[in-house]
Design a protein. Sequence first.
Length: 349
Amino acid sequence: MMSKSEGHSMDFLKQKLESVLADARAKQDDSYREIVWKGMRVPINNEKIRLSIINAQVSSADMDKVDSNDEKISLFDKIFMSYSEAQRRVKEDTTISGPNKATLLEYLSYSILKKTIDRNLLLVQSLESKIDLQDFEPDSKKKQAKADELVRLYESLLQNMAEMSELVKGSDHMAADTLDAKTLFFKAIRCFYLAMSYVKNSKWKESVLLYDKCRSYIATATKLHAQSLTADKALVEKLYEIEKKANGASHYARARAYLDTVRAEKTDDKLDSKNVVGDLLSGIDKYDSSFLERKKLVNFPPEYQVIFCKAVLFDVALEMCQFPDLEDRKKPAKSGGWFSSFFSRSNKN
């Protein structure tokens, strides 16, 4: 078992060996005696600046030799440290003339931005491999932090692309066209994942608009990539893949938005009992999908209805009738015999 002192000594020897190897490579390599930026050749006379740039290039070359993302992230950190050190030394070196210093700083800034984009794309690839579209259903219990993280990463990528476009503006039209195509590519995927986060929150109309915007960006980006001589085939293939996913997700969001509209109408109808339609036949003049759930075309047996026992018209007609006077046709009353006459006499008395 190795003691702590032996472990520290081994780490020190390892760092020393890496430093010696880097110095040996730097002495053998004369390719960074000058840099070419925007058609200008700028010599690098400061050996420390040159070594910092070479160390960054060596770390970039080692990127292909590792497989795990953690090791690659560690190499990216070394690259950023080397370029940042080179920037600091350029700013501190008073022997470099003003135009050459500005050119070197632009070159180093461009290199840092390029490697920052590569690192963010590595993080994006790692997150996208873990994403499932079904995780963004409103009923899904899984968290949507992945989509939010992807949106933030693509926003960072767009910011990096904007800064790179400013650096190459007016110097290389081919590079500018490639950057514009990649910018649209990043905007399209950002809209796609932003729409997925809206789907998670059941905001169907917003997600439909974002999916449509995503497809619009993809169409424009595809044209730019077709016109560009340095088109990235991997990005073009991913554009087609995202377009297929956006088409399917857009149709799904539209269907869910329509279902929500139908459910809202049904809720309003329940609140107003007069507008409730129970079957297809009774609501034939008004569309209502409730009969689909009830599977009821007609109301059978029919409900009872209250009716009058006789028509009201007959009572009104009776009141309007005028009958003739028949008093003259009455017959006189007949006599009641001796018994009735006896009582009539006693009443007179």
